[in-house]
Every structure is written in structure tokens, then in C-alpha cells.
Design a protein around this ligand. Structure first.
Ligand SMILES: Nc1nc2c(ncn2[C@@H]2O[C@H](COP(=O)(O)OP(=O)(O)OP(=O)(O)O)[C@@H](O)[C@H]2O)c(=O)[nH]1
Ligand SMILES: [Mg+2]
Ligand SMILES: [Zn+2]
Length: 350
């Protein structure tokens, strides 16, 4: 049982609610609008009858919410979702242009990547960009160091590709490097773990918790892929007083905007300051200092290629989203027009 402060409550959240409001934090989400809630010295369930709050919000794990009453009462409802301090989202799978909230109000995101077949610098860059966009601090956790002879070189490679981001390697099996996570797992802080299925996220949570809180399972021996063991997002309290938010492994996800991309590619941004045109796309434009840096061997061509690919991908998503939005607005106008026409007919007595 914990106080709200221990659960991570700060003035940013408490200032948004009346002092008499019953606050809680979403610890897990279940089907049918049911949520596990942590509140002041209480844990329990709350319900969201219409799947959204009266003001149209959908709570996510990590959210601070206003409850209709104490958790000890029957049928407690979630009334409001408080504004988020940070929010890690991704473009939802499928063609629909929708954003999915993966983790709300986390201080740090561990981007977990296995030092086995899972290892991919491009994927790490993509995740780190999303973390920068979320407002949380990214830390790259290279897991399964017991399987990798070149762990030092891989760590250096990731440090080079994500300037200013802490990178640690560790093994949940041997215990190597686990202590390096201490600065981020302190009392009242929340840390989300994201990455591919089988990267070792839940195993790491169990090691840090000192008990088997979460189910884990082996990656497939054939293609070394994980089998999506974790199926829902969930908070876990550590002995250190930090909260870990375990998430289901994600397949490749696309970027919904280019926020955070420049933060990962700060080197390209600083070369770009020398381009002739302020809005240089670093492709065909004359006087491009970025392409010049590549020609001079100061910037790896693959790094520029990946940067441009992420920018194009974000632009494509935004275009699709805009198109959908226009269609939706078009429908709305059509409906409004029909309603107005119907009202006129009634008025005219037709
Ligand atoms: N060799 C080695 N194996 C590890 C390590 N950490 C995790 N594993 C193994 O990797 C497999 C997958 O671990 P999980 O913790 O279930 O992976 P996950 O990231 O939670 O996967 P999903 O829940 O599917 O997203 C398990 O068989 C673990 O035992 C490690 O440090 N070293
Ligand atoms: Mg898992
Ligand atoms: Zn340029």
C-alpha cells in the first residue's frame, strides 16, 4: 500500500483536480473498460461504462485519473483523465491512421534491444525518436549481453547513432550490468520498457523486482523471434520504490510525425545549418552541406539514408492522416447539411 506521492503524484497532476477529488493511477487495463487502479493506500478496480470518460478520454496505463469514489466502494467509475506529463505513442498497426498510447506519465523509457538477432541500430533510432517526442528520457538497454562477444562495440555503435542518450548493456541471466540501471529506478519514478517481443523486457522486470511477477517465454529457436508473451501493459512496483511499466513486444511500427527525429540525428541537424536553403531536403538541392559531409566522409551515407527514410515515412503518415481527417470532416459537413435541410422542411411544413 502506497501514498500517492510514492505512486508518482506531483503538483503537475494534483493541481489539475479539486482537493476533495479521489485520485488514482491506472496500473493495468482489462477488456470491457475495466482497469486496475492504485490509489492512496488502496488497490482495486474501476470501470468505464462507455469506454470513454464523459469528456471523451480513454485512460492508458500510467494515467492519473479522478475516481467517482473510494476504491473500497462498489462500482467505482473513472470520471476524468488528468492531462499527461509525458505520453509515448505509436502509429497503430493497420492502415487506419490512429495513435495508440503505449505509456503515459513515465519519466524514463528503456528501449530494450537484445544483443542477439534482435539487434538493429535503425530500430533503436526509431524508438529513441519516439521517446524524445513523448517528453520522457530515453535509455537504451542492450539486453542478453551474455550472448554477445562484441557488446562493447555494439554499445559504442548505439552511442554514436543516438548522441546524448545513455546506453547500457546487461544480462538478466548473469546479472552483469543490472546495477547500471539504478539512477533511473528510484522511488516515485516510472519507467516503461519497450522493444520487440522476446527482447527480455519481462525477464528484466522480474530480475529488478526480485520475484517472478510476470510471465516470460523463450524465443522461437527457428527464427529467434519472440512469441508475444506479454499481452497487456502493466505497472509493477519495485523494492526500490520505482514503478516499471511492462509492455507487449511491438512489431515494426511506423512514425506518425517527425517529432524526435532531429534529436536523434543532431549531427545531421548541425551540418544542415550550412545548407544554402533553409528548407533543404538534403536530396537534390544545390549547396547542400549535409550531402557534402557525406562526400567528404564526415557523415556515413547510411545514416543520412535512414534519416531521410524516417522523415519520408512521417510525412506519408501525416498525408494519410490529413486525407482521412478531410474525409471525416466532409462527412460531418454532409450530415450537418442534411440536418439543416430537414429542419427547414419541417419549418416549411413539408
Ligand atoms: N541469454 C539470455 N536470455 C535472456 C535474457 N533476458 C531474457 N532472456 C530470454 O529471452 C526470452 C524472452 O524473454 P521475455 O522476458 O519473455 O521477453 P519480452 O521482451 O518480455 O517479450 P514479449 O513479452 O513477447 O514482448 C526468455 O526465454 C528469456 O529467458 C538474458 O539476459 N540473456
Ligand atoms: Mg514480456
Ligand atoms: Zn541540405
Amino acid at each position: 500500500m502506497y501514498t500517492l506521492i510514492q505512486l508518482g503524484l506531483t503538483p503537475f497532476f494534483s493541481n489539475q483536480a479539486a482537493s476533495s477529488a479521489v485520485l488514482g493511477r491506472v496500473a493495468a487495463e482489462h477488456r470491457g473498460g475495466n482497469y486496475d487502479i492504485w490509489a492512496h493506500n488502496a488497490v482495486g478496480r474501476a470501470h468505464l461504462p462507455n469506454l470513454t470518460t464523459p469528456d471523451g478520454n480513454i485512460p492508458a496505463v500510467g494515467d492519473w485519473v479522478v475516481l467517482s469514489g473510494e476504491l473500497s466502494e462498489d462500482f467505482v467509475r473513472i470520471e476524468t483523465v488528468l492531462e499527461r506529463a509525458t505520453c509515448f505513442t505509436r502509429a497503430a498497426a493497420g492502415r487506419e491512421s490512429r495513435l495508440q498510447v503505449i505509456a503515459a506519465n513515465v519519466d524514463t523509457v528503456f528501449v530494450v534491444c537484445g544483443l542477439d538477432n534482435d539487434y538493429s541500430v535503425n530500430r533503436i533510432e526509431r524508438y529513441v525518436a519516439r521517446v524524445w517526442a513523448s517528453g520522457a528520457q530515453p535509455v537504451v538497454v542492450l539486453s542478453k549481453s551474455d550472448l554477445d562477444e562484441d557488446k562493447e562495440a555494439h554499445k559504442a555503435e548505439v552511442e554514436g547513432s543516438c548522441p546524448g542518450v545513455d546506453v547500457v548493456f546487461l544480462s538478466s541471466l548473469s546479472g552483469e550490468g543490472i546495477g547500471a540501471l539504478e539512477p533511473w529506478i528510484t522511488e516515485g519514478k516510472t519507467v516503461a520498457l519497450v522493444g520487440s517481443s522476446g527482447a527480455g523486457k519481462s525477464t528484466l522486470v522480474n530480475v529488478l523486482a526480485g520475484e517472478e511477477l510476470l510471465k516470460t517465454s523463450q524465443v522461437s529457436p527457428r527464427d529467434q523471434r519472440g512469441c508475444h508473451t506479454t499481452t497487456h501493459r502493466q505497472l509493477a512496483m519495485l523494492p526500490s520504490g520505482a514503478m516499471l511499466l511492462d509492455t507487449p513486444g511491438m512489431r515494426e511500427f511506423s512514425l506518425s510525425d517527425d517529432e524526435g527525429v532531429d534529436e536523434v540525428f543532431t549531427d545531421i541537424a548541425s551540418w544542415a545549418a550550412g545548407c544554402r536553403y533553409r528548407d533543404c531536403g538534403h536530396e537534390e538541392e544545390p549547396g547542400c552541406a549535409v550531402r557534402f559531409a557525406v562526400e567528404q566522409g564526415d557523415l556515413p551515407a547510411e545514416r543520412l539514408a535512414h534519416f531521410l527514410a524516417l522523415k519520408r515515412e512521417a510525412a506519408a503518415w501525416e498525408r494519410r492522416h490529413d486525407a482521412r481527417q478531410r474525409k471525416k470532416n466532409g462527412k460531418l459537413w454532409g450530415q450537418l447539411h442534411r440536418e439543416v435541410e430537414a429542419a427547414r422542411k419541417i419549418k416549411r411544413g413539408e
